[in-house]
Design a protein. Sequence first.
Lengths: 333, 321
Amino acid sequence: MSLPQPLLQVRGLTVRFDLESGTIVPVNDINVDLAEGEIVGLVGESGSGKSLTALAIAQLVPHPGFLTAQHLRLRGEDITTMPAEALRYFLGSEMAMIFQDPMSSLNPALKIGTQLTEATRVHRRVSGKELRKMALERMADVHISAAETRLRQYPHEFSGGMRQRAMIAMGLMNSPSLIIADEPTTALDVTIQAQIIDVLREINREQGTTIMLISHDIGVIIEICSRVLVMYAGRIVEDVKISELMTADNHPYTEALIAAVPAFDSNRDEPLPSIPGRPPDLDNLPPGYAFAPRCKYVFERCHHETPPLLRIDETHRIACFLRTEPPEGATRE
Amino acid sequence: MNKLDVRDLVVRYGQLRAVDGVSFGIPPGGTLGLVGESGSGKSTIARAIVQLARVDRGQISLDGKDITFARGAHLNEIRSKIQMIFQDPYSSLNPRLSIGAMIDEVLQRHRNMNGAQRREEVDRLLEMVALDPLFADRYPHQFSGGQRQRIAIARTLASQPELVILDEVVSALDVSVQAEVLNLLRNLQIEFRLSYLFISHDLTVVRYMSDSVCVMYLGQIVEWKETEELFRQPEHPYTQGLIDAVPKMIVGGDPNRIPLSGEIPDPHFPPPACRFHTRCPFGPLTHPERNLCREDDPHLLVDKSEHYAACHFPLVKKELA
Ligand SMILES: Nc1ncnc2c1ncn2[C@@H]1O[C@H](COP(=O)(O)OP(=O)(O)O)[C@@H](O)[C@H]1O
Ligand SMILES: Nc1ncnc2c1ncn2[C@@H]1O[C@H](COP(=O)(O)OP(=O)(O)O)[C@@H](O)[C@H]1O
Ligand code: SF4
Ligand SMILES: [Mg+2]
Ligand SMILES: [Mg+2]
């Protein structure tokens, strides 16, 4: 059986910062494939390295961060070795990034329509009339009504939800094959979040766009993704199909993340399960597995060694000795 | 008798009626949840109770006594009995004071204690929120978000309050830390018989914390119910819409959810009659014969002294019919 080539293939992706206090590695040896048309979630507590992973994939690691990788292939092309100009063009047409705060990416002094069409003009030779038509179509994709009027408005005339829609529309102008959305709904009300999730789902279904959705909210990820990557202290600790979440033996961290969300049918008289302790400081990592001090199933070996992310079946990778090399007599009770 | 009663409260910012005729009560030791999209007026209610926003009309009572316009000594007494904690404790914690000094300041103002007693009390309060008393000499920036929220809680407890207003206190925290802070708040409530006004835009958190819940839309409470009942059988279409919008941990999303379209209209020009009729999936948008929604204000028809839903076509009754 020959698998189709993945849209994105990440091997050994690592980001280092040389700080006065020493070197930190907020993104540590990430290996992952994204298949064409997938919606993959990336979840973890704040500081776990989600945003930096996204920025690294887009070759946007902030100074003085330092990216290394075996390779980073998008559509089979290794973007770590591409010349700057070619890279800009390639990423501009293949990848779109959407951030939590659309105002950081929108120019407050330019009309929305101008920003939409300029996003394209840089990359393609298209007539003005055709550009306008495209902009209107993209506005329809994200369900902005009265698009003619909206295109003539400035970002400050848009609500938070509308700006996020406009950002997505802008990202769609070049029909990218990959959208990376970093906490796109975190600043929005749940009602608007639900609408934006529907928009992303529709784009994926109708245009086949691959989406990497980053969120600290595992509920959002379960809602829309087919697969989730769970990050802890710079590493992926689990890679699992959403339909296997809560049924398969998950990573103890994943299990704890899910349990800590107060569910609608939870017993209100019981205390909420929490995860004791907090994520480690990257400049002061514990010896052994970074998650060990917070794991309720921890055993001796975890304090000395970091378990590698190993495949335990076709759709499940996990970095937990209990699952990959269970010690004699160990149980998860 | 209720710990707090709010009757027909109106708060305006210029022409904007940010809170428009709101009534509710909180029994002693109980928690009332206040939920709704941002801009619905939740924080303004909180600010009005502690006199940080000017009350235009209505009445606020503590233990049955009118405190709406309390002044002088009476106001000071109320200030110790009613405390407020915000989303970002950093902005309300003085960065130049060690956390011990900060708590000591409150003890000096509200409690009759000498220096030695106060030092002991600071230690006790820090222990109560699961912080090491050795931290008393440290400054706010040396703590994580969750720890700062604990510090804010310890400082609040220092004045021995009876009612604590919690405005989005866990909204900026990671879920694991959020769970710890919520557990702490519930334990403290039982220990000190505190009454809570728990404000959040997050329905799951409000459900977990509250005995009864008020749902707000454009400055008004559209539904007020006992918590379990509200989530099991919401009557107001807006409540149903909010509940449906919350991710349910169901793979692929809840197929039965009825999405709310559109956004909150400009609060300077709220829609007439039922303010929700421009977005309601059960109103004139989908049922053209339901003109009533555009013509009569359902708020005028309900008795707000008990649980209610301000809707001409409440969902439960509709199902039964
Ligand atoms: N510009 C930077 N300089 C130094 N450290 C950074 C920088 N950006 C991020 N980091 C560190 O990298 C870690 C991961 O950050 P980030 O990717 O933003 O996490 P997340 O998105 O999961 O919250 C954090 O602990 C942060 O301290
Ligand atoms: N200081 C203020 N001046 C003018 N308008 C305000 C002020 N504070 C809040 N508002 C407006 O009042 C309404 C209610 O706001 P708020 O009480 O903060 O809502 P919530 O806490 O539910 O998000 C909003 O339309 C908001 O823009
Ligand atoms: S009164 Fe009409 S428009 Fe308003 S919530 Fe009820 S059904 Fe919807
Ligand atoms: Mg981030
Ligand atoms: Mg508020």
